[in-house]
Ligand binder design. Structure first.
Ligand code: GDP
Length: 358
Protein backbone atom coordinates (compact mmCIF):
# COMPACT_ATOMS: atom_id res chain seq x y z
CA UNK A 1 0.00 0.00 0.00
CA UNK A 2 1.05 3.61 -0.52
CA UNK A 3 2.85 5.47 2.25
CA UNK A 4 3.69 9.02 3.26
CA UNK A 5 7.23 9.44 4.59
CA UNK A 6 7.42 11.77 7.59
CA UNK A 7 10.41 14.09 7.48
CA UNK A 8 11.39 17.30 9.21
CA UNK A 9 14.16 19.12 11.00
CA UNK A 10 15.05 17.96 14.51
CA UNK A 11 12.78 19.14 17.33
CA UNK A 12 9.78 20.08 15.21
CA UNK A 13 7.50 17.44 16.76
CA UNK A 14 7.93 14.45 14.43
CA UNK A 15 8.16 11.87 17.21
CA UNK A 16 5.31 13.50 19.08
CA UNK A 17 3.12 13.33 15.97
CA UNK A 18 4.27 9.85 15.09
CA UNK A 19 3.50 8.62 18.59
CA UNK A 20 0.03 10.04 18.24
CA UNK A 21 -0.27 8.27 14.88
CA UNK A 22 0.76 4.91 16.27
CA UNK A 23 -0.58 5.42 19.80
CA UNK A 24 2.78 4.04 20.79
CA UNK A 25 4.53 5.64 23.67
CA UNK A 26 8.00 5.85 22.15
CA UNK A 27 10.06 8.42 23.98
CA UNK A 28 9.74 11.86 22.37
CA UNK A 29 13.15 13.09 23.36
CA UNK A 30 14.24 16.66 22.99
CA UNK A 31 17.17 15.39 20.95
CA UNK A 32 18.10 15.77 17.26
CA UNK A 33 18.48 12.09 16.36
CA UNK A 34 15.73 10.62 18.51
CA UNK A 35 14.10 8.90 15.54
CA UNK A 36 16.52 6.64 13.69
CA UNK A 37 14.80 3.51 12.43
CA UNK A 38 11.91 3.89 10.02
CA UNK A 39 8.59 2.80 11.45
CA UNK A 40 5.09 2.67 10.11
CA UNK A 41 2.05 4.28 11.70
CA UNK A 42 -1.34 3.39 10.32
CA UNK A 43 -4.32 5.67 10.91
CA UNK A 44 -7.94 5.20 10.03
CA UNK A 45 -9.58 7.50 7.54
CA UNK A 46 -12.58 8.87 9.42
CA UNK A 47 -15.74 8.18 7.44
CA UNK A 48 -19.13 8.92 9.02
CA UNK A 49 -20.80 7.31 5.99
CA UNK A 50 -19.88 3.85 7.30
CA UNK A 51 -22.06 4.28 10.39
CA UNK A 52 -25.00 5.28 8.21
CA UNK A 53 -24.49 2.28 5.93
CA UNK A 54 -24.33 0.00 8.95
CA UNK A 55 -27.73 1.28 10.04
CA UNK A 56 -29.26 0.62 6.61
CA UNK A 57 -27.72 -2.83 6.17
CA UNK A 58 -27.59 -3.94 9.81
CA UNK A 59 -23.82 -4.40 9.48
CA UNK A 60 -22.06 -5.92 12.48
CA UNK A 61 -18.83 -3.98 12.08
CA UNK A 62 -17.29 -0.97 10.37
CA UNK A 63 -14.04 -1.25 8.40
CA UNK A 64 -12.65 2.16 7.48
CA UNK A 65 -9.84 2.75 4.99
CA UNK A 66 -6.38 3.45 6.40
CA UNK A 67 -3.46 5.74 5.63
CA UNK A 68 0.14 4.72 6.33
CA UNK A 69 2.90 7.01 7.51
CA UNK A 70 6.54 5.98 7.66
CA UNK A 71 8.70 7.74 10.19
CA UNK A 72 11.99 8.60 8.48
CA UNK A 73 15.20 9.42 10.32
CA UNK A 74 15.99 13.10 10.92
CA UNK A 75 17.38 15.20 8.13
CA UNK A 76 20.31 17.54 8.57
CA UNK A 77 21.89 20.16 6.33
CA UNK A 78 24.27 18.42 3.94
CA UNK A 79 22.26 15.21 3.76
CA UNK A 80 22.60 15.10 -0.03
CA UNK A 81 26.39 15.05 0.35
CA UNK A 82 26.11 11.89 2.41
CA UNK A 83 26.81 13.56 5.75
CA UNK A 84 25.52 11.83 8.88
CA UNK A 85 22.23 10.06 8.32
CA UNK A 86 22.00 11.42 4.79
CA UNK A 87 22.24 8.35 2.61
CA UNK A 88 19.93 6.21 4.65
CA UNK A 89 17.52 9.11 4.90
CA UNK A 90 17.43 9.61 1.14
CA UNK A 91 17.03 5.87 0.51
CA UNK A 92 14.06 5.80 2.88
CA UNK A 93 12.46 8.81 1.22
CA UNK A 94 12.85 7.19 -2.18
CA UNK A 95 10.67 4.32 -0.97
CA UNK A 96 7.84 6.56 0.21
CA UNK A 97 5.10 7.58 -2.23
CA UNK A 98 4.68 11.07 -0.81
CA UNK A 99 6.68 13.35 1.45
CA UNK A 100 5.05 14.59 4.63
CA UNK A 101 7.15 17.33 6.23
CA UNK A 102 6.42 18.30 9.81
CA UNK A 103 7.14 22.00 10.21
CA UNK A 104 7.45 23.80 13.51
CA UNK A 105 5.21 26.82 13.92
CA UNK A 106 4.70 26.50 17.69
CA UNK A 107 6.64 28.81 19.96
CA UNK A 108 8.22 27.25 23.05
CA UNK A 109 11.38 28.61 24.66
CA UNK A 110 12.01 25.23 26.27
CA UNK A 111 12.34 23.47 22.92
CA UNK A 112 15.55 24.29 21.10
CA UNK A 113 15.24 25.19 17.43
CA UNK A 114 18.15 23.93 15.31
CA UNK A 115 18.51 27.30 13.60
CA UNK A 116 17.84 29.35 16.70
CA UNK A 117 14.49 30.71 15.55
CA UNK A 118 11.06 29.52 14.47
CA UNK A 119 10.72 30.17 10.75
CA UNK A 120 8.45 27.66 9.00
CA UNK A 121 9.21 28.70 5.43
CA UNK A 122 12.96 28.67 6.03
CA UNK A 123 12.65 25.13 7.48
CA UNK A 124 10.73 24.02 4.40
CA UNK A 125 13.42 25.56 2.22
CA UNK A 126 16.19 23.61 3.99
CA UNK A 127 14.62 20.25 3.33
CA UNK A 128 13.47 21.17 -0.15
CA UNK A 129 17.02 22.25 -1.00
CA UNK A 130 18.45 18.92 0.17
CA UNK A 131 15.96 16.98 -1.93
CA UNK A 132 16.54 19.22 -4.96
CA UNK A 133 20.32 18.76 -4.63
CA UNK A 134 19.92 15.00 -4.44
CA UNK A 135 17.80 15.05 -7.62
CA UNK A 136 20.37 17.26 -9.38
CA UNK A 137 23.03 14.68 -8.49
CA UNK A 138 20.86 11.88 -9.87
CA UNK A 139 20.37 13.79 -13.13
CA UNK A 140 24.04 14.71 -13.44
CA UNK A 141 24.78 11.00 -13.54
CA UNK A 142 21.78 10.01 -15.68
CA UNK A 143 21.86 12.72 -18.36
CA UNK A 144 25.18 11.81 -20.05
CA UNK A 145 24.00 8.19 -20.18
CA UNK A 146 20.62 9.20 -21.64
CA UNK A 147 22.36 11.45 -24.21
CA UNK A 148 24.52 8.58 -25.34
CA UNK A 149 21.69 6.05 -25.47
CA UNK A 150 19.34 8.47 -27.24
CA UNK A 151 21.87 8.86 -30.06
CA UNK A 152 21.69 5.13 -30.71
CA UNK A 153 18.01 4.69 -29.97
CA UNK A 154 15.72 7.50 -31.18
CA UNK A 155 12.89 6.26 -28.97
CA UNK A 156 14.75 7.50 -25.91
CA UNK A 157 14.72 11.09 -27.22
CA UNK A 158 11.61 12.19 -25.29
CA UNK A 159 13.02 10.72 -22.10
CA UNK A 160 16.30 12.60 -22.54
CA UNK A 161 14.46 15.85 -23.33
CA UNK A 162 12.23 15.51 -20.28
CA UNK A 163 15.23 14.84 -18.05
CA UNK A 164 16.89 17.99 -19.39
CA UNK A 165 13.68 19.95 -18.69
CA UNK A 166 13.62 18.55 -15.16
CA UNK A 167 17.22 19.60 -14.63
CA UNK A 168 16.36 23.18 -15.62
CA UNK A 169 13.52 23.26 -13.06
CA UNK A 170 15.83 21.95 -10.32
CA UNK A 171 18.63 24.37 -11.29
CA UNK A 172 16.04 27.09 -10.82
CA UNK A 173 15.66 25.94 -7.20
CA UNK A 174 12.20 24.47 -7.64
CA UNK A 175 10.87 20.99 -6.88
CA UNK A 176 9.65 18.93 -9.82
CA UNK A 177 6.30 18.52 -8.04
CA UNK A 178 5.80 22.29 -8.16
CA UNK A 179 6.27 22.10 -11.95
CA UNK A 180 4.10 19.00 -12.39
CA UNK A 181 1.79 20.68 -14.93
CA UNK A 182 4.65 21.32 -17.35
CA UNK A 183 6.48 17.99 -16.95
CA UNK A 184 5.58 14.47 -18.06
CA UNK A 185 6.39 12.42 -14.95
CA UNK A 186 5.84 9.14 -16.79
CA UNK A 187 8.99 9.87 -18.85
CA UNK A 188 10.95 10.51 -15.63
CA UNK A 189 9.66 7.55 -13.64
CA UNK A 190 12.67 5.26 -13.92
CA UNK A 191 14.99 8.00 -12.62
CA UNK A 192 13.15 7.80 -9.29
CA UNK A 193 13.55 11.53 -8.61
CA UNK A 194 12.51 12.50 -5.12
CA UNK A 195 10.93 15.87 -5.76
CA UNK A 196 8.41 14.38 -8.22
CA UNK A 197 6.66 12.97 -5.14
CA UNK A 198 3.65 14.87 -3.85
CA UNK A 199 4.27 16.96 -0.71
CA UNK A 200 2.15 17.42 2.38
CA UNK A 201 3.11 19.94 5.05
CA UNK A 202 2.02 19.41 8.63
CA UNK A 203 2.29 22.74 10.40
CA UNK A 204 2.78 21.88 14.05
CA UNK A 205 1.05 24.89 15.54
CA UNK A 206 -0.18 26.19 18.84
CA UNK A 207 -3.57 27.69 19.57
CA UNK A 208 -2.61 31.18 18.42
CA UNK A 209 -1.92 29.88 14.90
CA UNK A 210 -4.74 27.31 14.84
CA UNK A 211 -7.26 30.10 15.41
CA UNK A 212 -5.59 32.59 13.05
CA UNK A 213 -7.25 32.04 9.66
CA UNK A 214 -5.12 34.68 7.91
CA UNK A 215 -1.85 33.16 9.07
CA UNK A 216 -3.01 29.70 8.04
CA UNK A 217 -4.11 30.95 4.60
CA UNK A 218 -0.72 32.62 4.17
CA UNK A 219 1.22 29.41 4.97
CA UNK A 220 -1.12 27.37 2.81
CA UNK A 221 -0.59 29.68 -0.14
CA UNK A 222 3.17 29.61 0.38
CA UNK A 223 3.32 25.81 -0.08
CA UNK A 224 0.70 25.38 -2.84
CA UNK A 225 0.27 23.17 -4.87
CA UNK A 226 1.37 20.97 -1.96
CA UNK A 227 -1.23 20.06 0.68
CA UNK A 228 -1.20 21.55 4.17
CA UNK A 229 -2.58 20.50 7.56
CA UNK A 230 -2.51 22.48 10.81
CA UNK A 231 -2.47 20.69 14.14
CA UNK A 232 -0.91 20.73 17.59
CA UNK A 233 1.08 17.50 17.85
CA UNK A 234 1.34 17.70 21.63
CA UNK A 235 -2.43 18.07 21.98
CA UNK A 236 -2.96 15.19 19.51
CA UNK A 237 -0.86 12.96 21.74
CA UNK A 238 -2.80 14.10 24.83
CA UNK A 239 -6.17 13.48 23.17
CA UNK A 240 -5.45 9.77 23.00
CA UNK A 241 -5.32 9.59 26.78
CA UNK A 242 -8.76 11.15 27.20
CA UNK A 243 -12.36 9.97 26.99
CA UNK A 244 -14.48 11.44 24.16
CA UNK A 245 -16.01 14.22 26.23
CA UNK A 246 -12.72 15.47 27.70
CA UNK A 247 -11.08 15.16 24.28
CA UNK A 248 -13.73 17.39 22.74
CA UNK A 249 -13.27 19.92 25.55
CA UNK A 250 -9.53 19.99 24.97
CA UNK A 251 -10.05 20.47 21.22
CA UNK A 252 -12.53 23.26 21.81
CA UNK A 253 -10.07 24.95 24.15
CA UNK A 254 -7.72 25.38 21.18
CA UNK A 255 -10.53 26.38 18.82
CA UNK A 256 -10.88 23.03 17.02
CA UNK A 257 -13.89 20.81 16.34
CA UNK A 258 -12.12 17.57 15.43
CA UNK A 259 -8.76 15.90 16.07
CA UNK A 260 -6.00 17.09 13.75
CA UNK A 261 -5.22 13.43 12.99
CA UNK A 262 -8.57 13.20 11.20
CA UNK A 263 -7.63 16.09 8.94
CA UNK A 264 -4.17 14.57 8.50
CA UNK A 265 -5.63 11.22 7.41
CA UNK A 266 -8.02 12.88 4.94
CA UNK A 267 -5.35 15.14 3.53
CA UNK A 268 -2.78 12.33 3.34
CA UNK A 269 -5.28 10.34 1.35
CA UNK A 270 -5.65 13.28 -1.03
CA UNK A 271 -1.88 13.78 -1.29
CA UNK A 272 -1.47 10.16 -2.33
CA UNK A 273 -4.18 10.54 -5.00
CA UNK A 274 -6.44 7.98 -3.34
CA UNK A 275 -10.17 7.71 -2.93
CA UNK A 276 -12.59 5.16 -1.51
CA UNK A 277 -15.67 3.31 -2.56
CA UNK A 278 -18.07 1.60 -0.17
CA UNK A 279 -19.57 -1.85 0.25
CA UNK A 280 -22.12 -2.90 2.85
CA UNK A 281 -23.91 -6.02 4.02
CA UNK A 282 -24.94 -7.70 7.26
CA UNK A 283 -21.34 -8.57 8.13
CA UNK A 284 -19.63 -5.26 7.53
CA UNK A 285 -19.78 -1.75 6.12
CA UNK A 286 -16.46 -1.08 4.53
CA UNK A 287 -14.43 1.55 2.70
CA UNK A 288 -12.01 0.27 0.05
CA UNK A 289 -8.99 2.21 -1.13
CA UNK A 290 -8.47 2.85 -4.84
CA UNK A 291 -6.62 5.40 -6.96
CA UNK A 292 -8.52 8.37 -8.32
CA UNK A 293 -9.52 7.44 -11.87
CA UNK A 294 -9.64 3.67 -11.27
CA UNK A 295 -12.23 1.75 -13.28
CA UNK A 296 -14.84 -0.62 -11.85
CA UNK A 297 -12.78 -3.79 -12.57
CA UNK A 298 -9.71 -2.22 -10.91
CA UNK A 299 -11.86 -1.37 -7.89
CA UNK A 300 -13.13 -4.95 -7.78
CA UNK A 301 -9.52 -6.16 -7.85
CA UNK A 302 -8.87 -4.46 -4.51
CA UNK A 303 -11.30 -6.89 -2.88
CA UNK A 304 -9.91 -9.93 -4.70
CA UNK A 305 -7.83 -10.38 -7.86
CA UNK A 306 -10.41 -12.93 -9.07
CA UNK A 307 -13.04 -10.18 -8.93
CA UNK A 308 -11.05 -8.11 -11.41
CA UNK A 309 -10.44 -11.02 -13.78
CA UNK A 310 -14.02 -12.26 -13.67
CA UNK A 311 -15.64 -8.83 -13.61
CA UNK A 312 -19.03 -8.67 -15.32
CA UNK A 313 -20.61 -5.50 -14.01
CA UNK A 314 -21.03 -3.34 -10.93
CA UNK A 315 -24.31 -2.44 -9.32
CA UNK A 316 -23.81 1.09 -8.03
CA UNK A 317 -25.81 3.61 -6.05
CA UNK A 318 -24.38 6.87 -4.78
CA UNK A 319 -24.26 7.10 -0.99
CA UNK A 320 -26.47 10.20 -0.91
CA UNK A 321 -29.16 8.58 -3.09
CA UNK A 322 -29.10 5.45 -0.95
CA UNK A 323 -29.49 7.38 2.29
CA UNK A 324 -32.28 9.46 0.82
CA UNK A 325 -34.12 6.32 -0.33
CA UNK A 326 -33.54 4.63 3.04
CA UNK A 327 -32.88 1.12 1.70
CA UNK A 328 -31.40 -0.66 -1.29
CA UNK A 329 -34.86 -1.83 -2.38
CA UNK A 330 -36.25 1.71 -2.20
CA UNK A 331 -33.23 3.05 -4.11
CA UNK A 332 -33.84 0.46 -6.83
CA UNK A 333 -37.54 1.31 -6.97
CA UNK A 334 -36.60 4.98 -7.37
CA UNK A 335 -34.33 4.11 -10.29
CA UNK A 336 -31.20 5.22 -8.43
CA UNK A 337 -29.26 1.97 -8.79
CA UNK A 338 -27.12 1.79 -11.94
CA UNK A 339 -25.48 -1.12 -13.71
CA UNK A 340 -21.98 -0.07 -14.75
CA UNK A 341 -19.61 -1.90 -17.09
CA UNK A 342 -15.86 -2.37 -17.26
CA UNK A 343 -15.09 1.16 -18.49
CA UNK A 344 -16.87 2.90 -15.62
CA UNK A 345 -14.62 5.26 -13.64
CA UNK A 346 -15.35 4.99 -9.92
CA UNK A 347 -16.72 8.08 -8.15
CA UNK A 348 -16.30 9.04 -4.53
CA UNK A 349 -19.27 7.83 -2.50
CA UNK A 350 -20.17 4.94 -4.80
CA UNK A 351 -21.80 2.09 -2.86
CA UNK A 352 -21.07 -1.02 -4.86
CA UNK A 353 -21.92 -4.64 -5.37
CA UNK A 354 -19.85 -6.43 -7.99
CA UNK A 355 -21.11 -9.18 -10.29
CA UNK A 356 -18.39 -11.51 -11.41
CA UNK A 357 -17.49 -14.98 -12.74
CA UNK A 358 -14.98 -17.10 -10.88
P1 GDP B 1 11.40 15.56 16.64
O1 GDP B 1 12.85 15.75 16.93
O2 GDP B 1 10.99 16.31 15.41
O3 GDP B 1 10.96 14.15 16.62
O4 GDP B 1 10.60 16.31 17.80
P2 GDP B 1 9.88 15.73 19.12
O5 GDP B 1 8.56 15.15 18.76
O6 GDP B 1 10.85 14.90 19.88
O7 GDP B 1 9.59 17.10 19.87
C1 GDP B 1 10.65 17.90 20.35
C2 GDP B 1 10.15 18.64 21.57
O8 GDP B 1 9.10 19.55 21.17
C3 GDP B 1 9.57 17.72 22.63
O9 GDP B 1 9.95 18.23 23.90
C4 GDP B 1 8.06 17.86 22.43
O10 GDP B 1 7.34 17.66 23.63
C5 GDP B 1 7.94 19.29 21.95
N1 GDP B 1 6.78 19.48 21.09
C6 GDP B 1 6.37 18.70 20.05
N2 GDP B 1 5.24 19.18 19.50
C7 GDP B 1 4.93 20.30 20.19
C8 GDP B 1 3.86 21.25 20.11
O11 GDP B 1 2.97 21.17 19.25
N3 GDP B 1 3.90 22.28 21.01
C9 GDP B 1 4.88 22.41 21.95
N4 GDP B 1 4.84 23.43 22.78
N5 GDP B 1 5.87 21.51 22.06
C10 GDP B 1 5.90 20.48 21.21
Amino acid sequence: SLTLGIVGLPNVGKSTLFNALTKNDVLAANYPFATIEPNVGVVELPDPRLGELAKIFGSERLVPATVSFVDIAGIVKGASEGAGLGNKFLANIREADAICQVVRVFADDDVVHVDGQVDPLADIQIIETELILADIQTLEKALPRLEKEAKKNKELGPQRDEAAKAQAVLDDGRTLFSAKDSLDFSLLRELNLMTTKPFLYVFNSDESVLTDEDRKAELKAAVAPADAVFLDAKVEAELLELDDESALELLESIGQTEPGLHALARTGFHTLGLQTYLTAGPKEARAWTIHKGDTAPQAAGVIHTDFERGFIKAEIVSFDDLVEAGSMAAAKAAGKVRMEGKDYVMQDGDVVEFRFNV
